[in-house]
Design a protein around this ligand. Structure first.
Ligand SMILES: C[S@@+](CC[C@H](N)C(=O)[O-])C[C@H]1O[C@@H](n2cnc3c(N)ncnc32)[C@H](O)[C@@H]1O
Length: 225
């Protein structure tokens, strides 16, 4: 556990959003179930996030900070989180964890960082929710230094014609509304493979014993710039 003092700055732009009670519900949901979700996805997160070295690290859509335990002490963590409802919990988690945190209230389709300026970009359960996956992946690749790693753990569309895929299609619209844009039927692996990284290591799998059956189809891995 870090003993460093957590610092934070917030930058608001028009790409931030606040969905009122829905945002508050999601902040509550990810605060309440964050540990459970990290537990059932621990195999995926260990593969994708463990071994991050101290350096300049960006997390996209960090929510209320579920992945801060994977950020080495002494790193500089830049968080891109447009959802204002997440910020109180996010900043609190950063303080508790002792992370040196810079928070940008912007969407990851336009990241306010220079080219080739960071060592690692990570995200979990975010590419299902962004408006433009291609733009986000292009931005992740742009800000990484050559050899830098894009680390991801995401839920995706289940295999066509499977019972889970049928359920995903059935609940897709209400799920999307409740979870502020989250699409159960994304081909995120295809988008990452098409994003121009020099290598992409992607594995399909399932969370362990998840209560969230429609979202229990995952990919995880590392893409290197
Ligand atoms: C399902 S939550 C996951 C939160 C966190 N990563 C976790 O694993 O607990 C999706 C997160 O993506 C954020 N998000 C939505 N659209 C985004 C965008 N365009 N750019 C960056 N983050 C976005 C949401 O605000 C939310 O915090």
């Amino acid at each position: 556990m870090s003993t460093a003092t957590s610092t934070s700055t917030a930058t608001s732009t028009c790409s931030s959003f606040d969905n009122g009670r829905r945002g508050q519900f999601n902040a509550w949901f990810f605060t309440t179930f964050g540990q459970y979700i990290s537990h059932i996805s621990r195999r995926q997160k260990q593969t994708a996030f463990e071994g991050i070295e101290r350096g300049d690290i960006v997390e996209l859509g960090a929510g209320v900070g579920a992945n801060f335990d994977y950020v080495p002490v002494g790193s500089r963590l830049i968080v891109i989180e447009p959802n204002l409802a997440m910020h109180t919990g996010l900043l609190q988690r950063g303080t508790d964890r002792g992370v040196d945190l810079a928070l940008h209230a912007v969407s990851a389709e336009q990241i306010p960082l220079p080219d080739s300026s960071v060592d690692d970009v990570l995200c979990s359960l975010v590419l299902c929710t962004v408006e433009d996956q291609g733009a986000v992946l292009a931005e992740a690749r742009r800000i990484l230094r050559p050899g830098g790693r894009f680390r991801f753990v995401e839920h995706v569309a289940a295999r066509p014609w499977s019972p889970r895929r049928w359920l995903q299609e059935t609940v897709r619209r209400p799920w999307r509304w409740v979870f502020e844009g989250c699409d159960l039927c994304c081909d995120t692996a295809g988008a990452i493979e098409a994003a121009g990284f020099s290598t992409v290591d992607v594995t399909r799998g399932r969370w362990r014993h998840s209560l969230f059956f429609p979202a229990n189809s995952s990919i995880y891995g590392i893409a290197v710039r």
